[in-house]
Design a protein around this ligand. Structure first.
Ligand code: JCF
Length: 686
C-alpha cells in the first residue's frame, strides 16, 4: 500500500471500529460479529505500529489503556459542575413546581400553561465532563468539588460508549458534555463473579465498582472493567447555535453519538412528573443499570436562565429520589434457617431499619461462602440492601465499626456453619462444587416438610387459601401432615384441636383444600417442589408431555427434548421421580385427584385471551422475546403484521411501517411504559 492508501485505510478502520463500538455500547445493538471487530482492531494496530505517524489520539486502539500515572492532574471546570437539590415526596415536587411557576411569573395560570419538563432517570454513577474540540475528545474530568476535578482522560478513553470523535461533519469548536459513568448490572455481576472465582475482594454495588475503576491510576485496569456512560447535559459550548429546549439538546447529543438515556421524556406539570416517577419506578428493577431517582428539568432554556441558581444548585432542576435501597444497621445475631430443599441459609437478625420502602429485621447471607467472604459478625455495622421485591440481603460489613475486645481482637468470632441441622439435628453435608450446605435428613426433617407443604399450598402452586406458616407448623409438629397428600385426609375433628382455629376457619380451610383438587398439570408439577423446576419449566413439561405418567417415566435423555430443559434440570427431574418417597406421595395425590392431565387446562385462559398484539421497533428494556413471553403467558397472541384484527401495537425506537399502518387503522399504540401498565393493571393508561 502507498502511504496515502495506508492513511485512508487507517481512517476507514477507525471509522468502522467506532461505528461498531457505538452500535454495541451506545445502542446495545451489535452490527458486526466480535471476530470481525477483533480483526479490524488488529489490522489498525498493525498499521499504526508500522506507521506511528498514523496514530491519532482519537484512535480506538488507544482504548486499551496506558501505563500508570503518578497522580491525576487537576482540571478547573470552565462551567462549574453543580449538584441537584433533592425531593423525597410528591409534596416536595409540587413545591418545586410552584417555585418554578412563581419564578417564571406563571403562578395561577391554567392547566394548559403547566410547565414543560424534560425528565430522565437519575443515574447512580459518577458525574464527569468530557471536552471535545472540533469534534475530537481532548480531555475528561471528574466532578471533584464542582469547581475543580481530576483529569481522568486516560481512563475515559477506555470506555467504549464514549465517542473519541463526534459524529457529523460540522462539529462545534468546543463542546463539553456532562454525564455519568456507571457500570451496567450485568457487567458488575460478571466482574464480581470473576473476582469471587479468583478469591479476590468483590465490590458492594455497581456504583462502587465504577468509582473504583474510574479512579485507577493505571488505565489498563480500567480498560478491563466494562464501564458505561450516559450524558445528561452540556457545559461550555462554542461555535454552534443551541436549540431552544433541553430535550432538543439531548436529541442533538444523540445525533453526535453521545449515549443518552432511552427513558427520557417530556412531560407537563406535577401530574406528568408524578406519572413518570411511578412508571420509571416500576421499570427500576429491570433497568440494565442502577438509578436512585428521576431528574426533572424545566425544558425551555430561556426559562432555565430566568430561574438561575441558588447557591450551588440550579433552581430549574431537581432530583426526585426513590426510597434508599441500601441502609446501615447493626447485626444482633446470626440464625441459620432450613429451606424446602434442606439448604441451610445464614440469616442476619438486624436492628430494624427502613430500607427500600419497608422495615427490615432479617437479611439473608445466602450461604457459607458468602457469609465467610463478607465476614459479617454479631455487633457489626452492615449495609443492608432491599431492591424491588428481592429479599433483603446483607451486602457487606464496615470492619472499621466492628466492636473489638482489644485493638487486634474482634469481640465476636467469624460465622461458622453448624455441623448438624438446627431443626432436626441430622448431620449436614456440602457437596463438592455446590454452594449450599444441606440437611441430610430429607423430608424426615420437619423444617423441610413444613416448607414442602407450604410451597405445595402456595398461591402459584395449588393455591390453598388460608394454609399459612403458623398452621403448617402445627400440622407438622402434631404429626397431622407429613406430606402434602395428608392435607386431603384432614377432617374437622383434627383441625378443631389446633390453636387459633375456630369452627368456621376449619371449615373454610377444608373447603379450600377440597377446591385445590383438579388443578392443571403445570401447577401440580410446580407444586411438587422439584429442584430446578420453576413455574415456567413446569409449564414446559406439561405442554411437552401432557400427562404426569409420561413425565414420571421419562429418562434424563427424553427430558432433554423439552425446550429450555438442560442437563442439570433433566437430571434433577429424573432423580425426583426415581425417589421412592416421592413416588408414594404422588400415588397418594393421584388417589385424591389432585391434578388433571392435559396441556389444554395447563394454560389458564389469561386476561388477554383473544387479544392480538403486534411488536415493532426496539423497546428500551424488554427484549422482543420477553415482551412476547409476557403476552403469551396471559393468553394473548403476537402477530407479525398489523390488520383490522390487531388490538394493540407495541412500538419502541425506530418502529417500522407497522406503526404507520396502526395509526391509519386507529389501533391503540403502546410504548413500553404503557405496555407494562396494561399488564399490571389490565387496561391501558388513560
Ligand atoms: O443522573 C442524572 N440523570 C443527572 C444528574 C442529570 C442531571 O441533569 C444532573 C445530574 C447531577 C447534577 N445535573 C446536575 C447538575
Amino acid at each position: 500500500m502507498s502511504d496515502a492508501a495506508e492513511e485512508r485505510r487507517a481512517s476507514e478502520l477507525r471509522r468502522l471500529i467506532e461505528d461498531a463500538n457505538y452500535r454495541y455500547y451506545a445502542l446495545d445493538d451489535p452490527a458486526i460479529p466480535d471476530v470481525e471487530f477483533d480483526r479490524q482492531l488488529r489490522e489498525l494496530q498493525d498499521l499504526e505500529a508500522a506507521h506511528p505517524e498514523l496514530l491519532t489520539p482519537d484512535s480506538p486502539t488507544q482504548r486499551v489503556g496506558a501505563g500508570p500515572l503518578k497522580d491525576f492532574a487537576q482540571v478547573a471546570h470552565d462551567v462549574p459542575m453543580l449538584s441537584l437539590n433533592n425531593a423525597f415526596s410528591e409534596g416536595e415536587v409540587a413545591a418545586f413546581d410552584r417555585r418554578v411557576r412563581e419564578g417564571l411569573g406563571r403562578e395561577g395560570l391554567e392547566l394548559e400553561d403547566e410547565t414543560e419538563y424534560a425528565v430522565e432517570p437519575k443515574f447512580d454513577g459518577l458525574a464527569i465532563t468530557l471536552r471535545y474540540e472540533r469534534g475530537v475528545f481532548v480531555r475528561g474530568a471528574t466532578r471533584g468539588d464542582g469547581a475543580t476535578g481530576e483529569d481522568v482522560s486516560a481512563n475515559l478513553r477506555t470506555i467504549r460508549a464514549i465517542p473519541m470523535r463526534l459524529a457529523g461533519d460540522n462539529p462545534p469548536a468546543v463542546l463539553e458534555v456532562r454525564g455519568e459513568v456507571l457500570m451496567l448490572r450485568r457487567d458488575f455481576d460478571q466482574l464480581n463473579q470473576e473476582a469471587c472465582d479468583k478469591g479476590e475482594k468483590t465490590f458492594v454495588n455497581p456504583r462502587n465498582a465504577a468509582a473504583g475503576s474510574l479512579r485507577q491510576l493505571d488505565s489498563r485496569i480500567t480498560a478491563k472493567r466494562r464501564l458505561h456512560f450516559f450524558s445528561y447535559g452540556i457545559g461550555r459550548v462554542e461555535g454552534v447555535e443551541l436549540p431552544a429546549t433541553h430535550s432538543e439538546i439531548m436529541d442533538w447529543l444523540a445525533t453526535l453519538r453521545m449515549p443518552v438515556a432511552r427513558q427520557r421524556r417530556v412531560v407537563s406539570g406535577v401530574s406528568g412528573l408524578m406519572a413518570y416517577f411511578k412508571a420509571l419506578g416500576e421499570q427500576r428493577s429491570t433497568l440494565p443499570f442502577d438509578i436512585d431517582g428521576a431528574v426533572y428539568k424545566v425544558n425551555r432554556l430561556a426559562d432555565q436562565e430566568r430561574l438561575g441558581f441558588v447557591s450551588r444548585a440550579p433552581r430549574f432542576a431537581i432530583a426526585h429520589k426513590y426510597p434508599a435501597q441500601e441502609e446501615l444497621t447493626e447485626v444482633e445475631g446470626i440464625d441459620v434457617q432450613v429451606g424446602r430443599t434442606g439448604a441451610l441459609t445464614p440469616v442476619a437478625r438486624l436492628k430494624p431499619v427502613f430500607v427500600g420502602g419497608v422495615t427490615v429485621t432479617n437479611a439473608t447471607l445466602h450461604n457459607e461462602d458468602e457469609a465467610r467472604r463478607k465476614d459479617v459478625r454479631v455487633g457489626d455495622t452492615v449495609i443492608v440492601r432491599r431492591a424491588g421485591d428481592v429479599i433483603p440481603e446483607v451486602v457487606g460489613s464496615l470492619p472499621e465499626r466492628r466492636p473489638m475486645r482489644d485493638l487486634a481482637t474482634p469481640l465476636h468470632e467469624p460465622f461458622v456453619m453448624p455441623a448438624v441441622c438446627p431443626e432436626c439435628g441430622a448431620p449436614v453435608l456440602r457437596l463438592e462444587g455446590e454452594s449450599a450446605t444441606r440437611c441430610t435428613n430429607g423430608l424426615a426433617c420437619p423444617a423441610q416438610r413444613k416448607q414442602a407443604i407450604l410451597h405445595f399450598a402456595s398461591r402459584r402452586a395449588m393455591d390453598i387459601e388460608g394454609l399459612g406458616d403458623k398452621l403448617v407448623e402445627q400440622l407438622v409438629d402434631r404429626g397431622l401432615a407429613r406430606t402434602p397428600a395428608d392435607l386431603y385426609a384432614l377432617g374437622l375433628e383434627q383441625l378443631a384441636g389446633l390453636e387459633r382455629m375456630a369452627q368456621k376457619s376449619a371449615e373454610n380451610l377444608l373447603s379450600a383444600i377440597a377446591a385445590s383438587r383438579h388443578r392443571p398439570l403445570a401447577r401440580f408439577i410446580f407444586a411438587l417442589g422439584i429442584r430446578q423446576v420453576g413455574e415456567q419449566t413446569a409449564k414446559d413439561l406439561a405442554r411437552h408431555f401432557g400427562k404426569l405418567d409420561a413425565i414420571q417415566g421419562a429418562t434424563a435423555d427424553t427430558l432433554l427434548q423439552v425446550p429450555d430443559v438442560g442437563p442439570v434440570v433433566a437430571a434433577s427431574i429424573a432423580a425426583f421421580f426415581r425417589e421412592s418417597h416421592n413416588q408414594a406421595v404422588i400415588e397418594a395425590l393421584r388417589r385424591v385427584q389432585a391434578w388433571v392431565d392435559g396441556e389444554a387446562q395447563a394454560v389458564p385462559p389469561g386476561r388477554f385471551a383473544g387479544k392480538t398484539f403486534v411488536l415493532t421497533g426496539t423497546l428500551p428494556n424488554l427484549t422482543r422475546d420477553q415482551a412476547k413471553a409476557r403476552i403469551e403467558a396471559e393468553g394473548g397472541k403476537v402477530a407479525g403484521s398489523v390488520s383490522g384484527k390487531t388490538d394493540y401495537v407495541v412500538a419502541g425506537a425506530e418502529p417500522g411501517s407497522k406503526l404507520v399502518k396502526a395509526e391509519q387503522l386507529n389501533i391503540e399504540i403502546l410504548d413500553e411504559t404503557a405496555f407494562l401498565y396494561l399488564f399490571d393493571k389490565g387496561e391501558p393508561p388513560r
